[in-house]
Design a protein around this ligand. Structure first.
Ligand code: SF4
Ligand code: SF4
Length: 136
């Protein structure tokens, strides 16, 4: 099973179109909606996990979205960790239930795995040195 977490950005003219329905019907994609910000007449944003056994269909589905005018951002572009600013205090690991931020007990260094991140953004305000940025 191939999975990708992406942020889909719908311009106002597309927010009432059945585009995600076409992803299921035409590309056989399973869609897990992790977060949503949709306001009528304004830009809508969905954080979704798309999955399918066939990576080609997944890529074609993303291409279809782009052709329709939907912005597609891979999740790694959403949460950004500036390791150079990080002082490894571990505060972010206490709020990250997805375990994307973890503290190595031996080295006492924090690491970030963007594949585990679900962009809840709970970590952003916990960081005392603004080493974490999010754009969802
Ligand atoms: S955004 Fe949420 S899941 Fe991602 S690293 Fe921060 S706390 Fe963890
Ligand atoms: S809260 Fe900020 S400074 Fe502390 S470990 Fe996390 S990213 Fe680094």
């Amino acid at each position: 099973m191939v999975k990708k977490k992406v942020v889909l950005i719908f311009p106002p003219e597309l927010t009432d179109k059945a585009i995600t329905y076409r992803l299921v019907k035409d590309f056989d994609l399973a869609i897990n909606i992790l977060r949503a910000k949709v306001t009528p007449q304004e830009e809508g944003r969905l954080l979704v996990e798309l999955s399918n056994g066939d990576e080609t269909l997944l890529v074609q589905g993303l291409e279809y979205l782009r052709e329709q005018g939907v912005g597609v951002q891979l999740l790694s572009q959403d949460i950004q960790w500036n390791e150079n600013l990080c002082v490894h205090c571990g505060a972010c690991t206490a709020v990250c239930f997805a375990k994307a931020f973890v503290l190595d007990p031996k080295s006492l260094k924090v690491s970030f795995d963007c594949d585990k991140c679900i962009a809840c953004e709970l970590c952003i305000n916990t960081c005392p040195v603004q080493a974490i940025q999010g754009e969802f």
